[in-house]
Design a binder for this molecule. Structure first.
Ligand code: C5P
Length: 238
């Protein structure tokens, strides 16, 4: 019997009969303002999963270790079970979102160096900023694990900036999460979809990510379908 482990903002996690394998179900749902705003979108789960599967397979093919095993249905994947770090790793290539509002900047300026920010995942605390010494003091991760996670973030940024550029999209910023496998290995986990990155059309600057929902700019499912189509084209060209 499968057991529902939890329902998140956009996904459900199920324990399969194999203790080392979980089933992820992408929901037809989008949330904003840390879950305070929630809406239903038919086809959104399948589109986000299709994009995330393409990206994870691309990263695996380029040597990145991840939790991903295989896609088993349009909105379902099997992944290796891992103990998730309650951390969000945000990398920013361009000024946008909270980086713009926090420092009083206009969106759109290219950053000379990618900005790296870590947040402690907690809905009650509204995901506060956390630094390395606090992460170690709170026994969330060791120094070596933090170094490994940021190294993976940098590799992912290098690979995906180029891949999305081939799809005519600028990778503005993105959030990654990591987990620890039963053997202690730290791997990339969660997902990579327009739910957790910003993508701007390289020629028009049009938003092609969850900001279309957060800011009520365009249809969410249609936007994700276009990202998927462009990404498929870019990967086929390689
Ligand atoms: O909101 P902010 O500008 O800090 O977001 C930076 C990037 O991290 C965006 O791509 C956003 O989609 C992603 N993010 C996320 N989950 C959060 C916070 C941010 O996926 N809880």
């Amino acid at each position: 019997m499968e057991k529902l482990l939890y329902t998140g903002k956009a996904k459900q996690m199920w324990q399969t009969t194999d203790p080392d394998v979980l089933r992820v179900v992408y929901l037809d749902q989008a949330t904003a303002l840390n879950g305070k705003q929630k809406d239903h979108f038919v086809g959104k789960g399948a589109a986000a999963n299709a994009i995330s599967t393409l990206v994870f397979q691309y990263l695996i093919n380029h040597g990145i270790k991840t939790h991903f095993l295989k896609k088993v249905a349009p909105n379902e994947d099997l992944v290796k079970k891992c103990q998730m770090f309650p951390l969000e790793f945000v990398t920013r290539n361009v000024v946008a979102g909270h980086f713009a509002s926090r420092y009083g900047l206009q969106e759109g300026q290219l950053l000379v160096e990618p900005v790296e920010e870590t947040f402690y995942k907690s809905d009650e605390l509204d995901d506060p900023f956390i630094n390395e010494s606090a992460t170690i003091a709170l026994k969330i991760a060791t120094h070596q694990e933090i170094v490994r996670m940021w190294n993976i973030c940098r590799e992912v940024n290098g690979l995906l900036k180029l891949l999305f550029a081939k799809a005519g999209l600028q990778l503005v910023d993105f959030k990654l999460e990591f987990g620890r496998l039963s053997n202690g290995e730290v791997v990339l986990a969660d997902e990579f979809s327009p739910d957790n990155c910003r993508l701007w059309d390289l020629s028009t600057g049009q938003h092609m990510d969850k900001d279309v929902y957060r800011r009520q700019l365009a249809d969410l499912t249609q936007t994700y379908a276009e990202v998927l189509e462009r990404l498929q084209g870019a990967i086929e060209e390689e």
